[in-house]
Write a new protein. Sequence first.
Length: 168
Amino acid sequence: MGTFGLYAMLLSALLMSGCEKAEVTAQPEELKPGTACSLDGMLLLDYPGPKAQIHYANGETEFFCDTTEMFSMLLAPEQQRKISAAYTQDMGQEDWRKPTGHWIDARTAFYVKDSTSMGSMGPTFAAFAKQADAEAFIKQHGGTLYRFDEVTPDMADLRGGAHHDHNM
């Protein structure tokens, strides 16, 4: 094989390697004044409790004013879209009243449901990077500990209090 043939093979190999893109996971975005919830338009920085963000494979990002909304999007069968990343805030590192950062992978977090701490829309899932932080939170605020894969669509129901009030 001559020099030209060798160069042609190298060029071909380089071009082919460009076709095999490694999947890149989106990084969390910090909240800015004016960042609004994708479902209801509420300004995220104005409310307490953990926030969430979902990054889709098409490059779109949606923000949520609480983790219940995040779960409702991730677990709803009609919402099945390719996800590149999902993040929530580590409440073991954050001020519940004004969380601003400390983003963690939502799929590896520990969650506390039914605590006395309210999120922007009422009851929400408190998220933690460490199980020990979640357990300490439960001792102070009550609730039940769950892993991401233990949360069901029924647990992330967004229909509100009237739906659950059987006296109405």
